[in-house]
Design a protein around this ligand. Structure first.
Ligand code: ZN
Length: 185
């Protein structure tokens, strides 16, 4: 008697997360958080920010800026940690802030249900370079692939959450063309 063994390899769709290089907290020299709260994943929102600072094109210069943001958020704002979930530099790296699973402090009303991504620089009249754009997009894809961001997520700019110029006019106009941009969150 013959048995047909059907190998359903086509149904085993290997999904390779297009994750950017993620510089860990230890690698950029983070201080430990003062407290931690966890959020339910996958989250429904991705919130885009700019840092409204100078930009950076190397891991050392980006790490230095990320440390300065953490110091400001903890020492001046009194927050438990750097506010963003991740940061992205024009060096093409992503930098781990609070990460995928911890509640951030970056967009009122969205903090416990979003990943907040800050692209380092001021993008009022120019957009981030291609390396940073790709790193941000890959970071979102990575989060979806890893079950941290819903596949039907909404992408918004910080200004859609609260009164702010963030993420800058040029970057805000750019993200309107990105996957899952939601004009009416
Ligand atoms: Zn912002």
């Amino acid at each position: 008697m013959l048995k047909n063994i059907i190998v359903l390899t086509s149904l085993i769709a290997a999904t390779f997360a297009a994750c950017p290089n993620i510089v860990s907290r230890a690698e950029w020299g983070a201080r430990p958080p003062n407290s931690i709260s966890y959020q339910s994943v996958p989250v429904p929102y991705v919130v885009i920010h700019h840092s409204a600072s100078g930009g950076c094109t190397s891991q050392s210069s980006c790490s230095s800026l990320v440390r300065s943001f953490q110091n400001y958020h903890m020492d001046s704002n009194g927050w438990a940690d750097i506010g963003y979930s991740f940061l992205v530099g024009e060096d093409g790296n992503a930098y781990e802030g609070r990460g995928w699973d911890r509640v951030g402090a970056h967009a009122p009303g969205y903090n416990s249900q979003s990943i907040g991504i800050c692209i380092i620089g001021t993008f009022t009249s120019s957009v981030p370079n291609t390396s940073a754009q790709n790193a941000a997009k890959n970071l979102i894809s990575c989060g979806v692939s890893n079950g941290k961001i819903r596949s039907a997520y909404s992408l918004i700019g910080h200004r859609q959450a609260t009164s702010t110029a963030c993420p800058g006019d040029a970057l805000y106009n750019l993200i309107k063309s990105w996957d899952n941009y939601n004009p009416n969150p």
